[in-house]
Design a protein around this ligand. Sequence first.
Ligand code: IMP
Length: 203
Amino acid sequence: MLKVLLASRNAGKLREFSELLPDLQFVPWPADAPELPETGAFFQDNALQKAEGARAWWLEHGTEAVDGVLADDSGLCVDALWGGPGVLSARFAPDLPTYRDKNLRLHSLLPEGANRSARFVCVLAFAPMAGRLPGGPFTVSGAVEGHLAMDHRGQGGFGYDPIFIPGGHHQTFGELPSDLKHTLSHRARACAALRERLAIGLR
Ligand code: IMP
């Protein structure tokens, strides 16, 4: 079983990766490790920046051997907000403490009668550890189309899940069971591509 350092302290992401990739053993980013910068303009830049930053730090300070590092840069892109909050999803409305409040703020930015179409995007960067896996860092991605609910609905998931209704459904990711989210989410699609890429790379 591959042992992979997850370059994230987001508990929602850690839970989803453990469920989506049960064939990998995840080492969470330690609480005393530095915050990983994400200063890029695109999801892909940020995912690579986090994976490579975490790998460099781990090579000096890591407490156990890992086969590679996985980083996720993801977010909600709302058409009526020209793709925002997008790469800034984790930093949207920093004055508000909860996602319920952030979701209400997001709604308040939409003009009356605005197009509510939106998508979740996920870019994964995988950086192999030299000597343990072949090849260099690479990225894979996934997206799910949908639209914004009129209000915050459901207790499941994390982040913007309670306001996102995936295409073909009437409930938000906060209301739908997590195993259904895992059949169609942006992260599930990126994980499927990652699994394929790792299997091919290791063959
Ligand atoms: P980052 O990838 O660390 O920049 O953070 C991504 C942010 O996008 C998260 O903190 C959430 O706010 C949001 N996000 C990404 N994926 C999901 C998801 O599956 N559900 C809900 N919110 C998400």
